[in-house]
Each structure stands twice: as C-alpha cells, then as structure tokens.
Write a protein that binds this ligand. Structure first.
Ligand SMILES: [Zn+2]
Length: 263
C-alpha cells in the first residue's frame, strides 16, 4: 500500500479532481499537488476549508474539464504547472513526456511520466509511490474514447499499463465505473470477478460512494479494454465483428468500436 494520502473534490457531473498530499514524515501533509483542475471553485473551497498549501498542478491532457480551473488557480496561488509537452495548454511551466521525472522535494514526492496517447494525442500519466494518475486514458472498468489518437496508439498505451505492478492504485478522472461494467458484462458475462465487481459497484453508487481509485490487479481481471490478450474477450469481439481477429490490437479496436456503438 502506498503511504501517500490522496483526497479529491468532485467537479461538474462526474469529474474527480485529485489532491496528492505530501508525505507525513516530511510534515507536509497540508501540502498538495492538484491533478487536472477542470474547475477552480471546488478546489479553492477545499483549500480554504482545510488550510491546504498547494504546491503544484499536474495536467494529463488538454480537455477543458481537466484544465478549466488552471489559470484562476495560478493567479491565486502562483503555482508551477506540469503538463504534456505535445499539447497546447496555457499556463504550463514544465513540459513533460515519457521518462521524465517530476520531483517535489519539500513534499517527499516524485513521479515518472508515461506517454499514453489515444484519448488525445499528447496525453500523459503520472506514476509514483504505487499511484497512477491516468486522466481519461484508463477508467475503472473502461477506457477513454479515441478523440484524437488511433486504436493502435491506445492499444500501445494500455499495453504499457499492463506492465505495471498489480498493487498500483489507479486514479482516473471520472466516475464512469457502473456504466463501464454494464458494457464489460456484455463482453464477458461469465467473468465471476467482474460480476462481483459490478454488484459491489452498484452497492457503492447507491450510497454515492466513489468507486475510484481501483487497482491494476482489479483492472487486469475485469476491464475488457485491458483484456485483449484473453481468449474469452477475443471470442466475444469476433462474435461482434463476425470475423476472426488476427491480433490483440484488432481485438482492442473491436471492443472499443463495440462500446462506441452503444454510447
Ligand atoms: Zn478528456
């Protein structure tokens, strides 16, 4: 388990804006990194209410529901803004791409950057302390739509995530889990772990409890968009496409298209 504390404020209908807190041994738990602030209002309210001390903003990609609050927060708190090197986003001070590291020494935190194009062309993720801030690339039980990139790019991005440790906590930016799992069950109606996850998710959502973060282990077991190497998912995709699929990237592409036809 990660020793790093992560909290959130909700925004819009279903966004989560994550706060990564400094390590307790650094006496820096009031210090926070703000991840993808699409709206400044709930962020400022929470900072004032909790007397947090914001240190930086992390951006995963350029969409407005992830960046809309940045300029107001920079004006108010004079924060460095870390974001993708290959997207046009105002206010970024540190341009990041694969293999770069972000260190916030006073907080005792350090994150590696992973390029994960597909949802957008320059989308990045932040990995450190067994925490993954993945924006709109991977969702709990699902994955982001292909607005700019290709299915092949997204397949490659998700393949990188499959390499991550099972204990990695997955922080996506939306509460889409229940809808995603309804679709996942169409792909794998016999997956027992998935059925259990769906039941648990319904229980949590009835009480308006967040289903994020999840773990890489759970995603590997239940997320059809990470299971392109699994025979049952391949067979289901072939059934939908009414043709045989030659490789895992084709399986992924078909499952993504299948869900798009239903949304
Ligand atoms: Zn997005």
């Amino acid at each position: 388990m990660s020793t790093v504390k992560v909290t959130y404020v909700p925004a819009f209908d279903d966004n989560y804006i994550w706060f990564i807190h400094g390590l307790p041994e650094k006496y820096a738990q009031k210090q926070i990194i703000i991840v993808d602030p699409g709206d400044e209002q709930p962020v400022i309210q929470s900072i004032e209410h909790n007397q947090y001390d914001p240190q930086a903003i992390f951006i995963t990609h350029h969409h407005g529901d992830h960046t809309g609050g940045v300029s107001a927060l920079v004006d108010k708190y004079h924060l460095p803004v870390y974001g993708p090197a290959h997207e046009k986003i105002p206010n970024i001070t540190h341009f990041l791409s694969e293999k770069q590291t972000v260190s916030l020494k006073s907080m005792g935190l350090s994150f590696n950057v992973i390029d994960v194009p597909g949802h957008t062309k320059g989308h990045i993720a932040y990995l450190g302390h067994q925490l993954l801030f993945i924006g709109d690339t991977l969702f709990a039980g699902g994955c982001g739509r292909l607005f700019e990139g290709t299915a092949l790019q997204m397949h490659h991005s998700l393949s990188k995530l499959l390499e991550l440790d099972d204990n990695t906590m997955v922080y996506c930016a939306h509460e889409y889990t229940q809808d995603n799992l309804v679709f996942a069950l169409k792909v794998e109606p016999e997956n027992e772990r998935l059925k259990n996850r769906f039941d648990e998710t319904v229980r949590l959502r009835q009480k308006s409890v967040a289903t994020v973060p999840s773990t890489m282990a759970l995603e590997k077991q239940t997320n059809p968009f990470l299971r392109f190497n699994i025979e049952s998912v391949k067979l289901a995709a072939e059934g939908f496409a009414r043709q045989s699929l030659d490789n895992p990237a084709e399986v992924f592409k078909t499952v993504r298209y299948w869900k798009d036809t239903l949304d």
